[in-house]
Design a protein around this ligand. Structure first.
Ligand SMILES: Cc1cc2nc3c(=O)[nH]c(=O)nc-3n(C[C@H](O)[C@H](O)[C@H](O)COP(=O)(O)OP(=O)(O)OC[C@H]3O[C@@H](n4cnc5c(N)ncnc54)[C@H](O)[C@@H]3O)c2cc1C
Length: 547
C-alpha cells in the first residue's frame, strides 16, 4: 500500500540495516536518500574484490569481510530477500540461498566430528533429539550432555520476561554452572560460544547465547530443512548488488563516499546532517533521519544537542565499549578442498576459527575466471578471538604482522584438519587475503569495523528504534530487537522497527513492516505461559506445564 503523503527520509549508513530500511520506505512511497561513507554497499556483510589479484583480464579474486551464515531461524532478512529481483526478476535473491547439510567440529588431537544439520526424524522427545546431537566422539559424559540440554531446555521454556529481565543479567558461564562441570564440558560447550558469537562465556549474557544456541540446536534436530544456509556466490554478486539496483530503480538515491560528519539537533529536532562527499561538505535535510550506523560510530557522533534532545542516547557511549574483533581471512587454493558440506568450527584453535569451503556452494562461478586463473577452491575463515596467543608465535592476532596472521591461521586450520590424512598442504596455496579493515599502524593492528557483543547487563544500554527526538530513528544491529544478537537478521529487524515508527509519526496509512518473534515454536507455548504466570508471582522457573 502506498502512503498518502510522501515524506523524505535520509538514511545514514548503507549496510544491511540501512538498505533494509531504504527498501521498506521505498516500497511505501517515501523519498529516500542513503549516505554511505564507503564505495561499496553492504557494510559488514559485503564481499569485495581483492585488489591487484586478477591478471590477464581476469577478475580480482573474491574476498569478504567475513563469510555469511543464514541460520534457519532467520525470518526478517530472508523475507526482505524474497522481494529483491534477481536475473531480470525471474527469481529473487532469496533463491540464491542454499543449504549446508553438515557441521564439522575439528580438533588438534582427533579427526573432525561431522554433525548433520538436518535430521529427518519427527518431533518425538525433543530432549532426546537434542541429546542425539552430542552422542559423538566428543569425550562428553552422559551427565555433560544432560546438563547442557537441560540448560537449553530451561531457556526454551522460560517466558520472555524472565529471559530479558533475569537471564541477560547472568553470564552464560554462570548459567551453565560451568565451574562445576567437567573439563570436556567446558571445552566443548563454552568453546562453542566463543566461536559462534565472538564472545567469552564468562562475559556474554545467558539470554542472548542461550536463546540463539537453543534455537540453532532445535533447528538442527527438527524436520523442515537444514539449520545452515549460505549464498551460492560472492555476497555482493548474488545479493547486495542486485539489491542496490532494485533500490535505485525504485528511486532511492544511494550515495557512495558520503560520510556523515555531524548530526545537528536543535530545539529537540534534527535540523540537518553535515555530509562530506567528494571532499565537499554540505548540509542535508529531510523530514526524518534514520541512523543505521555502527554503535561505535553513532557514539562518536553524539553531541550536546542530541543528548539534550534524548539523554538516554548517552548509553551508547558505554554500549560502544562492548565491541570485539571478528574478521575474515581467505585462502585461495589450486584445488578444491570441500572439507565438509557446511561450516567447520575449529574447537582447539586459540583464535576461535570457523570456516567454509566455498567452491562447492558456487556452482555458477568459475573460479578459473578470477585471479591468475589457477584458483579452484576458497577456504573462507572468520577469526573470532584476537586476544589469545597463537600456536606459532605465541602472540595474539592483534599483535601480529599481516604475514604472521596468515601463517598462524593457516597453521591452526592445517593442524585441525590434517588429523588422519593430509587435507591441506602448503603447495595448494595460490593466494590469500586478510580483511581490508585490518590495518597496521606502528606494528600494531587496527580494526575499522568491530562487532557488538551482548555482554552481561548491556540490554539496558541498548536503545529502541525510536528516540525522544521526534524525527530521529535508529536502525542497526545494536538496537533492541527480538533477534537480540548482532547479525544481519537483527539489523534487518531493527530497520523494520524504525520504519514502523516513521510510518506512525508520519500518519501514514501504509501497512507496517512485519516483525516476528525470535522463536515461535507453538509446542513450547504451554511451558512458557506457565512460566510467565510464575514469573509474575515472583516464583522461579520450574519447567512444568501446570503449577
Ligand atoms: C566477520 C563477521 C562475520 C559475520 N558473519 C555473520 C553471519 O554469518 N551471519 C549474520 O547474520 N551476521 C554476521 N555478522 C554480523 C553482521 O555482519 C552485522 O551484524 C550486520 O551486517 C550489521 O549491519 P548494520 O547495517 O547494522 O551495520 P554495518 O554493516 O556496520 O553498516 C553500517 C554502514 O554505515 C557505514 N558508515 C559508517 N560510518 C559512516 C559515516 N560516518 N557516514 C556514512 N556511513 C557510515 C558503513 O560503511 C556501513 O556500510 C558477521 C560480522 C562479522 C564482523
Amino acid at each position: 500500500m502506498v502512503a498518502s503523503v510522501h515524506p523524505s527520509v535520509v538514511v545514514l549508513g548503507g549496510g544491511i540495516a540501512g538498505m533494509s530500511a531504504a527498501q521498506e520506505l521505498m516500497e511505501r512511497g517515501f523519498h529516500v536518500t542513503v549516505m554511505e561513507s564507503r564505495r561499496i554497499p553492504g557494510g559488514k556483510a559485503r564481499s569485495m574484490p581483492v585488489p591487484g589479484t586478477g591478471t590477464e583480464g581476469r577478475r580480482d579474486l573474491p574476498g569478504e569481510h567475513g563469510f555469511r551464515f543464514f541460520p534457519k531461524f532467520y525470518k526478517h532478512v530472508t523475507d526482505t530477500m524474497k522481494r529483491i529481483p534477481y536475473q531480470g526478476g525471474r527469481r529473487s535473491v532469496y533463491d540464491n540461498l542454499i543449504e549446508g547439510t553438515n557441521l564439522g567440529l575439528a580438533f588438534f588431537d582427533r579427526p573432525m566430528q561431522p554433525f548433520l544439520t538436518e535430521f529427518p526424524q519427527s518431533i518425538s522427545g525433543w530432549r532426546t533429539l537434542l541429546k542425539s546431537l552430542f552422542r559423538n566422539n566428543l569425550n562428553l559424559s552422559e551427565h555433560d550432555i544432560d546438563h547442557y540440554v537441560s540448560a537449553l531446555w530451561k531457556v526454551l521454556t522460560s517466558c520472555d520476561e524472565r529471559r530479558l529481565l533475569d537471564y541477560q543479567r547472568v553470564s552464560w558461564w554462570d548459567f551453565l554452572q560451568a565451574e562445576k562441570q567437567s573439563p570436556e564440558f567446558r571445552h566443548i560447550f563454552t568453546g562453542l560460544t566463543r566461536i559462534l558469537v565472538a564472545a567469552r562465556a564468562r562475559e556474554v549474557n545467558a539470554c542472548t547465547v542461550g536463546t540463539v544456541g537453543a534455537t540453532i540446536m532445535l533447528d538442527m534436530v527438527l524436520p523442515g530443512g537444514s539449520a545452515d544456509r549460505l549464498l551460492n556466490g560472492p555476497t555482493n554478486d548474488v545479493w547486495i548488488n542486485p539489491w542496490l539496483n532494485y533500490l535505485r530503480q525504485g528511486g532511492v538515491d544511494y550515495r557512495f563516499g558520503a560520510k556523515v560528519e555531524h548530526i545537528h539537533c536543535e530545539d529537540s529536532r534534527i535540523q540537518g546532517v553535515t555530509v562530506t562527499e567528494n571532499g565537499q561538505s554540505r548540509r542535508v535535510t529531510a523530514d526524518y533521519y534514520l541512523a543505521a550506523l555502527p554503535v561505535e560510530v553513532m557514539a562518536e557522533l553524539l553531541n550536546d544537542g542530541l543528548l539534550a534532545g534524548d539523554p538516554l542516547l548517552g548509553g551508547l557511549i558505554e554500549l560502544a565499549k562492548n565491541v570485539e574483533w571478528m574478521n575474515g581471512v581467505q585462502f585461495y587454493l589450486k584445488e578444491d578442498v570441500p572439507i565438509i558440506h557446511g561450516h567447520v568450527i575449529y574447537m582447539d584453535s586459540p583464535w576461535a576459527l570457523t570456516s567454509v569451503s566455498q567452491a562447492q556452494f558456487w556452482p555458477e562461478f568459475r573460479l578459473s575466471d578470477y585471479g591468475n586463473g589457477q584458483v579452484r577452491g576458497i577456504i573462507s575463515i572468520d577469526v573470532s578471538d584476537w586476544k589469545v596467543p597463537g600456536i606459532l608465535y605465541g602472540k595474539p592476532a592483534m599483535e601480529c604482522t599481516r604475514e604472521e596472521i596468515k601463517a598462524e591461521v593457516w597453521e591452526q586450520i592445517k593442524r585441525s584438519l590434517n588429523q588422519d590424512k593430509i587435507v591441506l598442504s602448503d603447495d595448494m596455496l595460490v593466494e590469500w587475503n586478510l580483511d581490508e579493515d585490518i590495518q597496521f599502524e606502528e606494528g600494531r593492528a587496527t580494526n575499522a569495523e568491530p562487532l557488538l557483543v551482548n555482554h552481561v547487563n548491556t540490554w539496558n544500554l541498548r536503545p529502541n528504534a525510536y528516540t525522544a527526538i521526534p524525527n530521529l530513528f535508529l536502525a542497526s544491529d545494536y538496537v533492541r530487537t527480538n533477534t537480540d544478537l548482532a547479525t544481519m537478521e537483527s539489523a534487518n529487524e531493527a530497520a523494520r522497527r524504525a520504519v514502523n515508527c516513521i510510518l506512525e509519526r508520519a500518519g501514514s496509512d501504509a501497512s507496517p513492516c512485519k516483525i516476528w518473534d525470535m522463536y515461535d515454536y507453538p509446542i513450547l507455548s504451554a511451558w512458557r505461559s506457565n512460566d510467565r504466570a510464575r514469573f509474575h508471582k515472583g516464583l522461579p522457573w520450574n519447567g512444568k506445564i501446570i503449577g
